[in-house]
Design a protein around this ligand. Sequence first.
Ligand code: SF4
Length: 460
Amino acid sequence: MRILLIATNTEIEPYPVFPLGMAVLASALLSSGHDVRQLDCLALGGDKEIIRSVCTEYRPQVIGFSLRNVDNVDSLTSHTHWALREVRELIAFIRSFCDAPLMMGGPGFSLMPEQILDYTGADFGIVGEGEEACRNVLEQLAQGQTPPRITKGTKRLQDKEMHGASPCPEIMDFYLRESGVASIQTKRGCPHTCIYCTYPALEGTKIRAREPGDVVDEIIRLKRDYSISELFFTDSVFNDGLGHWLALAEEMIRREVNISWSGFFQPIGITQDALRLCRRAGLKAMELGTDAASDATLQGLRKGFDFKTVEKINALCVEERIPCAHFIIFGGPGETELTVREGIENIGRLQHCVVCAFLGIRIYPNTALVRHAIEEGSLDPAASCLEPTYYFSPHIDPAKVETQLTQAFKGRRDRLFPPSKGQEQMAVMRKFGYRGILWDSLIRYPASNEKEPSIYACQA
Ligand code: SF4
């Protein structure tokens, strides 16, 4: 069949992120003999007429929309970063000249599939990983059947069933120009149980890793075809407890891949040897899912580690000169006025790193957080979470915490709150031609002969 895939994301913060999910699905569909074209709303720069002319010329038999995020998960700005209105307008626009069935999928869609279909007016939806489910829907359409409104994959893909990406060259060129960062996923699934998180429901609780050799083949292909020099591993957690990350690092060293990379890490199970190995493999920086800043709130989020552990990994990163950024949410379950003060103090002890703070946790259906909020009486059981809906501990005044955080981070360019402050800094750097994840350049290390940390060199 002729399939047109459209990545709907237009969010550019923290930087424009290549639509990897669409390129992976394209790869799976191409390998099943389908004809696939890809478009990307961000790369199109809002020019919907290009979509019209592609539809007129290509005559797709199905159009698939990929929805990466519903909003930007920042309680202070998400009302202006809500993606669904634009997606609904896009679907109405395409309906006005094209009668191909319209199908939706992607991680954002999978959070609230029924509601998003109702709101956007698409015909069908794929929940979870799309490769197998999408092929099934296409088969039904090819046979003239009507697929169910929502289709879910019947199995979790393993090993070689998880395809690498088939990027559309124009789209890849756009993202490399804009952000300079390519993306690859090396595994799916997360065994952790963080209270707010949707990943385990979407990808499963068991780690399913691709062969290190296959991942390295893909990196080498991207280097050859697109001259990429920086890579982000999009795994929900790169440092899995089974050691797949270390096997990949070893394979990258063995095959002399020679590329800078970063990824999302949990601040547990990381040794000095592991960091050194990863650095030899090209590790440039680590984004740490620290998530809370006190033992009580780490427990409230069910993170499974304490703040001492966070301090240790931070010290290790400083010792190894590997830039790290801690993402920390204030206002979660267990937050009180006392834990806010304690959290700010604790953050003060994290030297030579970036801290990005958020206030309030975006609530999504089917998470432990929803159940917690309903039981606690802070969320109406009938509430729709389609529009930005945030959890704030009933024991804090969010406006007061916002002021406290703003004051605490004042004058520090390596302390980012509100989140929009960091985004503004990154936007300025991009304007001046800097490319990459960028936040790593906000960190200064003490000179090796310097005893006192020179963190104040980071002040704006
Ligand atoms: S927040 Fe990260 S570590 Fe926690 S469950 Fe989600 S993906 Fe796993």
